[in-house]
Design a protein around this ligand. Structure first.
Ligand code: PEP
Ligand code: MG
Length: 880
């Protein structure tokens, strides 16, 4: 019989898959002798089984639950029915990969009309007992039966108001009794049956609710966002309650062993006295900084600091710890590797290496590739900040970034407006897990309540999104869609700028500046290069982009898309003259003009590359992309080129293609207009020779796009070679240059061996290869791909993450054939997938030399390449 429940004392850190992260870590902490309230964990397997059956808890599981409860009662000496030693438990979810706030928790389970009286008597504190009871009624009603919290909150707030209580703490026992009684009525009105008085029924219903919460919308969205599989299920942890709300020597809090925003090495956290569970994370009351606990309860504080040190040393990583103090005694309720900003991740990784806790290779696993992006984000220009008008006293800098957008007041509005292409800033009193989609859609999030560990702060940091919390000077009125501050107002649609690194908010759009790199960043990136086998090049053609890529230490340029160089007004005129020419003579005339621009550009590119390999691709796109479309444009072009409008119109019609992606593009252009390949070769070689005279070496690699046959390749290779060689002969000089092909049609993959005999390098164009392998238009697939993913027909968008089974297989076959035919061939990938971590992992395991991606993806690609290499080496090591 499968064992579905494990007591904490039976588990360990290594059982994460089965017990979930929270369960495994509770067990581990117990093994370390830390003060953890006892309990047991229902496995993730039980959850998966339950969701498969889609019915109620199996008899088998209920029986095991009974047996475990009995053993638990014996260990603790407490039971649900005891008069003196009443057992109350918390029920919490806990998946293998932590999903903060995404699933459900119930506290104080076991209370009923009778037990609440027993608790009041035992603790001599009826206020406390009824506070626990009303919380259970609320949480149970919400989590198990989906009762809207506002149903309870409305009554609670009105009761406070009617009786003149400012804070929750002022409500006396009698008041909480009245509130509990009314909550039971609300429960019954909503659920059509009374609140279950039997604790075991409460427990089984709560367990079922946690299982079901695995599939709720917000959990699904969170998993999609964080690449967490949907089929691993959650564990359920049932743990003896300890009470942070049992008076002024009690409290509850969350702390990180290092600062999760900056990475600084000191305990960083918040707590609330006389509060329970979710009060801190929910952001309803603004908590105190952990350091003040040193004054309020010095021994507890010291014990807590000792625990944090022990846990960090044990897990060799920054920990996020939940704790409760019950009448002066400390309990640890959870530890996990803490979520952190990219900046903090980098600093913590580098510091842990310097402290001798982890190796450089281990450090590489501590920074998420996706988070690297946020380090490269711009910040506001200091001069622009000085001139800007701040709209609030500083809030808390919960998650760094510099964002500008229009104010919106609800997650729904954020989503709708972002879908319409607006940049929006979500302003809320606080956020809750229901707001997740709106948070994703926003540039930044601003809240008035809550601290650095509030829902908004934690979730935004996880997303790498700019966030400011605790702006207590702003009054955010979501109903009337207005913010008031210092006698002024801000309305929906007004533009503001949010600085997540300082907590400041400003009116209007503020000029930004490129991100600057810390010393930690440079050291860390150096380690990635020491570990990675794959080189990372960039796809770029403008001086600014190339400079950025080289700033990130790109190994060269993997793709210069020459067509991107013709969008300037003047160049476009010449390009149009070329396309519209009716004879070869006219075409050559136009090309002579274009050559001048090309030489200028290539000279700049090779100068910036300064000896690093640089692939220049021959013109690729369908020519009609350059032609005028509207009547006004046609009028203008007819004047510029001195061509009759009707002749122009006719030429446009002639050039029209039904399937331009499959039409006259790629190498087919140069096959039909060899003078194009000649001109581009002359410009490349000419600029290299010019630089050579200045003493600057270049490594030009000339690439032919969209090849499907060996003959196509050979024809163009001959043209390029003949042109280059005649130039070199004329100059009586020589240079190293390569001629290679893109591999971006399935046919090219299948004849890769033959192509490799002719070609000096290959570069996989995974954008076109994916398009042609699936038959999905890369321009139109957006219309259906998300539905495919939502309905499980596709796991991921194959234009963003490699389709291993199809496109991946073609690439693998091609690489194997190519290497067999030409062991010296250089192979790279230059489609979008060249910057995607999962795809990079696949490419790293093939015998290819580099990936190439847009400049700002270069550092992430370098880290992904290093992580992949470290993982492969670990796997080989483990086998030996
Ligand atoms: C590709 O197809 O992957 C590629 C890099 O070329 P382009 O995107 O310019 O077609
Ligand atoms: Mg392509």
């Amino acid at each position: 019989m499968t064992k579905y429940i494990y007591a904490f004392e039976e588990g360990s850190q290594s059982m994460k898959d089965l017990l979930g992260g929270k369960g495994a870590n509770l067990a581990e902490m117990m093994r370390l002798g830390l003060p953890v309230p006892d309990g047991f964990t229902i496995t993730t397997e039980a959850c998966i089984e339950y969701l498969k059956q889609g019915a109620t808890l199996s008899d088998e599981l209920k029986e095991e639950l009974h047996t475990q409860l009995k053993a638990f009662s014996e260990r603790t000496g407490k039971s649900f029915s005891s008069d003196d030693n009443l057992l109350l438990v918390s029920v919490r979810s806990g998946a293998k990969i932590s999903m903060p706030g995404m699933m459900d928790t119930i506290l104080n389970l076991g209370l009923n009309d009778e037990n609440v009286e027993k608790l009041a008597e035992k603790t001599n504190d009826a206020r406390f007992a009824y506070d626990c009871y009303r919380r259970l009624l609320q949480m149970f009603g919400q989590v198990v039966y989906g009762i809207n919290m506002t149903a309870f909150d409305r009554f609670f707030d009105k009761y406070k108001e009617d009786n003149g209580y400012e804070t929750d703490a002022e409500i006396p026992a009698e008041g909480l009794k009245v509130i509990s009684a009314r909550f039971k009525e609300i429960y019954e009105e909503e659920v059509y049956k009374p609140f279950p008085q039997d604790p075991f029924t409460q427990l089984t219903e709560a367990v079922e609710a946690v299982f079901k919460s695995w599939d709720n919308d917000r959990a699904r969205v969170y998993r999609d966002l964080n690449d967490i599989p949907h089929d691993i299920g959650t564990g359920v942890n049932i743990q003896e309650m300890v009470f942070g709300n049992s008076g002024d020597r009690s409290g509850t809090g969350v702390a990180f062993t290092r600062n999760p925003v900056t990475g600084d090495n000191h305990v960083f956290g918040e707590y609330l006295l006389n509060a329970q569970g979710e009060d801190v994370v929910a952001g309803i009351r603004t908590p105190k900084e952990i350091e003040t606990l040193a004054q309020q309860m010095p021994e507890v504080y010291q014990e807590f600091v000792d625990v944090t040190e022990k846990l960090e040393a044990h897990y060799k990583d920054m920990q996020d710890i939940e704790f409760t103090i019950e009448n002066g005694k400390l309990y640890i309720l959870q530890t996990r590797n803490g979520k952190r900003t990219a900046k903090a991740a980098m600093k913590i990784a580098v510091d842990l290496v310097d402290e001798g806790v982890i190796t450089k290779e281990e450090a590489l696993t501590k920074v998420d590739v996706k988070s690297i992006d946020t380090l490269l984000h711009p910040t506001f220009k200091p001069e622009a900040i000085e001139a800007a008008e701040a709209i609030s006293d500083a809030g808390l800098p919960a998650s760094p970034g510099a964002s500008t957008g229009k104010v919106v007041f609800s997650a729904e509005d954020a989503k709708v407006q972002a879908d319409q292409g607006e940049k929006v800033i979500l302003m809320r009193p606080e956020t809750s897990p229901e707001d997740i989609e709106g948070m994703v859609a926003s540039e930044a999030i601003v809240t008035t309540h809550g601290g650095m560990t509030s829902h908004a702060a934690v979730v935004a940091r996880g997303m790498g999104k700019c966030c400011v919390t605790g702006c207590s000077n702003l009054n955010i009125d979501t109903e009337n869609k207005v913010v008031t501050y210092h006698g002024q107002t801000l309305n929906e649609g007004d533009i503001i700028s949010v600085d997540g690194s300082t907590g400041n908010i400003y009116l209007g759009d503020i000029e930004k500046t490129d991100a600057d790199h810390s010393e930690d960043f440079d050291r860390f990136m150096q380690w990635t290069q020491e570990t990675a086998r794959l080189n990372v090049r960039m796809n770029a053609e403008t001086p600014q982009d190339i400079a950025s890529g080289y700033q990130f230490d790109a190994a060269g340029i993997g793709l210069v898309r020459t067509e991107h160089m013709f969008f300037g007004a003047e160049r476009l005129v010449q390009m149009r003259r070329f396309i519209l020419a009716s004879s070869q003579e006219e075409r050559i005339e136009a090309l002579n003009e274009i050559r001048k621009y090309q030489i200028e550009d290539f000279e700049q590119i090779f100068r910036l590359s300064n000896g690093r390999p640089t692939i220049v691709r021959l013109l690729d796109p369908p020519l009609h992309e350059f032609l005028p479309k509207t009547n006004d444009e046609i009028q203008l072009v007819s004047q510029q080129l001195n061509v009759d409008k009707d002749v122009l119109r006719k030429r446009i019609v002639d050039l029209h293609e039904t399937n331009p992606m499959l039409g006259h593009r790629g190498c087919r252009l140069a096959v039909t207009y060899p003078e194009l390949a000649e001109m581009q070769t002359e410009a490349i070689i000419g600029s290299v020779l010019k630089l050579k005279n200045e003493g600057i070496e270049s490594q030009p690699e000339i690439m032919i796009p969209l090849v499907s046959t060996v003959e196509e390749f050979k024809t163009l290779k001959d043209t390029i070679q003949a042109t280059a060689e005649s130039m070199l002969a004329k100059d009586n000089t020589s240079i190293d240059y390569l001629i290679g092909t893109m591999i971006e049609t399935p046919r090219a993959c299948l004849i890769a061996g033959q192509l490799a005999k002719e070609s000096e390098f290959f570069s996989f164009g995974t954008n076109d290869l994916t398009q042609l392998t699936f038959g999905f238009s890369r321009d139109d697939a957006g219309k259906f791909i998300s539905e495919y993913i939502n309905r499980g027909l596709l796991e991921v968008d194959p234009f963003q993450t490699l389709d291993v089974d199809g496109v991946g297989q073609l690439i693998k076959t091609a690489v194997e054939q190519a290497k067999a035919a030409n062991p010296n061939i250089k192979i790279g990938v230059c489609g979008e997938l060249g910057g995607d971590p999962k795809s990079i992992h696949y490419f790293n395991n093939l015998a290819i030399d580099y990936v190439s991606c847009s400049p700002f993806r270069v550092p992430g690609a370098m880290l992904a390449a290093a992580q992949s290499q470290a993982e492969s080496e670990r796997a080989i090591g483990a086998k030996q």
